[in-house]
Structures are given as C-alpha cells and as structure tokens.
Design a protein around this ligand. Structure first.
Ligand SMILES: [Zn+2]
Length: 328
C-alpha cells in the first residue's frame, strides 16, 4: 500500500466524504473541450501540477466517486457561454448575411439563443441531481445572458427540482460580485436558503474580478446569504482571512488552489495550513474541481496538510459540507 492510499483511507472511513466542487459534462467531448479552453493562469507556472486525464461525463464521474468512496459529488454547474455563443453564431449569422439583414438583429437572436441554451443546460443538470443519489446540483447563473426577472423566473422553475444552490463565475462571465444585475438573485437565494458558490480569484480582463474583498459588500447587504468562495480566494488568497474575520457566514472550498500549492502566486503547504487554521477548519471544505483534478488525490492533499487534527480533517473532508447541505 502506498503512503497516499494509506492517508486517504485513514480518518474518514466512518465520516462523510463530500466533494463540494465538481463539474459534469454531457459528453466526453464537451468535457475535454471545456478543459482545453479553460486556462488556469493566476497562480503562475507550476510544472508539478497533476491534471486528471478524464473528461467528466456522467459515467466517469460515477466511477470516480464510487471508487473513491465518496458520499456526494456536488456539481457546481458552469455553463460554457463562449462555446454556446460560437455555436449559435455559426448557426444564425449565415441566415442574416444571406438575407442581407443587419448584424444587430443577428446578435440579438444569438443572445436569445445563448440564454435559452443556459436554461436548457440547467434543466439537464437539475434532472440528473434529482435522479442520481450521488449528485447534488448548483445551477449556473450568468447575469449577462438573461434579465434579473428572467433569472428569478428560471430559478423558481427549478425550485422543485431539488437544486441546492447556484454557481457564479464573475471572471469568466465578466462582472463583479456586487453587480446590480445579481441583486434579485441574492434576494431569492437568501430567502430560499439556496447556497451561492462563486469562483474567487483575480480578474484578468475588463473590470471583472472575484477577489475575496469584492464580496464584502454582498455579505454586508445579504447577511443571511450562504456564500461559498471557491479556491480559497485563488491567487488573491491573502484577502480570504480578513473577509472571513469580518463576515462569519462566509465559507470556502479548497478546489484548484490545493493542487497549485507552492506555485509562485499560491500558498505554500505551510501557508495553506495556517490560513485554514486562522479561518477555522469548520469553514473550509474539500473541493476537487473534477474533472480537472482527481478527487481522491485531493483528499490525500488535505490529509497531507501539516498541523490539522483528525477532527479538523474530518470536518474539511465532509462534516462541514454535510451541515451546509443539511444532509444530517
Ligand atoms: Zn470549478
């Protein structure tokens, strides 16, 4: 038995094992495309990062999580807006150029098609969450694709489908967490007890950003909102502790950043332990960002963090997510 498999079997044999940050794709091809087109740039170069080779369709997800002994895989759905736009453009633009109509009209029809594709994508993933006991679902909300009213209506259509929350990606979708287009969504999530899990990290084009400090005004305005910041702040991880100190309701996942430990803009293993201790292990959850990374290896990485006791490890690996998802 290798050290890593010993580690991954040790403390959680009786305690829950939950991955709070998972992606699922309709096909191996769409999963591979998503992985190829999503560039992880913010931590700097790290040739030691180990990426998973799977593409992330349902078959691979089920195999991976069953083999790894997981109780739940929480899919935080990220609809690929850029891909949907390219597909709609290929389908609709030629029609307009043939008929000699203007580009504006074509763009409008493309926007409507992309918004509709997001709705269909969410319905697909919500359906899987309803039928597969391994999977919980947070649906995509992209406030650049639908009006606030349309988004609220869409969420209320999904309300009886067992979704546990929504996923935001301010950087790839192009806005700030405090964007007024999200206010109605924050109201709905806060009132309905839906989790908001957002990407966090640096912005890299335009005004978009998801640094932890950008969430302060949201947490002030919606004190009952259950907000999870993914990646422990990403390359802006040094802001996470202060946000956590001021806003006791915000919690974090370890996805991605734990695989990039030691990269130029990522914490060292020692920094990571210190950060988790200072925030409180009861506020940090295992996340793998499957299919980018292998969830069992992420478990090993959590177990390898120095200075965490068995109770803290068990909390991170599933205890905290059990409470958050109200599974107990
Ligand atoms: Zn992710």
């Amino acid at each position: 038995m290798t050290l890593s498999s010993q580690l991954s079997k040790a403390p959680h044999s009786n305690s829950p094992l939950i991955d709070i940050h998972v992606h699922l794709y309709e096909s191996k091809e769409s999963g591979s495309n998503a992985k190829d087109s999503y560039v992880i740039w913010e931590y700097g170069e790290d040739p030691n990062v180990e990426f998973s080779t799977v593409s992330g369709d349902l078959e691979e997800l089920s195999n991976t999580y069953k083999t790894g002994g997981f109780d739940r895989a929480v899919v935080v759905h990220l609809f690929d807006t850029a891909l949907a736009r390219a597909e709609a453009k290929a389908r609709l633009s030629p029609k307009y150029s043939r008929e000699g109509e203007n580009l504006l009209k074509a763009n409008l029809e493309i926007d409507i098609a992309v918004g509709q594709a997001m709705i269909e994508s969410n319905k697909w993933i919500a359906e899987i969450g309803q039928t597969d006991p391994l999977i919980e679902v947070m649906v995509t909300v992209d406030p650049t694709l639908l009006t606030p009213k349309e988004l609220v209506n869409h969420l209320s259509d999904l309300a009886n489908k067992g979704i546990v929350g929504i996923k935001l990606h301010p950087v790839s979708q192009g806005y700030l967490p405090s964007d007024p287009r999200l206010f109605a969504i924050y109201d709905v999530c806060s009132d309905a007890g839906l989790i908001v899990l957002s990407h966090s990290g640096l912005g890299h084009h335009g005004g978009a950003s998801a640094r932890p400090s950008e969430f302060a005004s949201v947490l002030s305005q919606w004190p009952n909102l259950q907000l999870v910041l993914a990646h422990l702040g990403g390359a802006a991880w040094q802001e996470a502790e202060e946000l956590a100190r001021v806003y006791p309701q915000v919690v974090f996942d370890l996805s991605e950043i734990i695989e990039w430990e030691g990269a130029p803009n990522a914490p060292s293993q020692h920094d990571m332990s210190t950060l988790i201790k200072n925030i409180g292990a009861e506020r940090v959850m295992l996340g793998s960002d499957f299919p980018w990374y292998d969830p069992s290896r992420t478990v090993d990485r959590v177990m390898g963090l120095p200075g965490l006791g068995p109770g803290e490890q068990a909390a991170i690996l599933g205890g905290n997510a059990t409470s958050l998802l109200r599974l107990d």
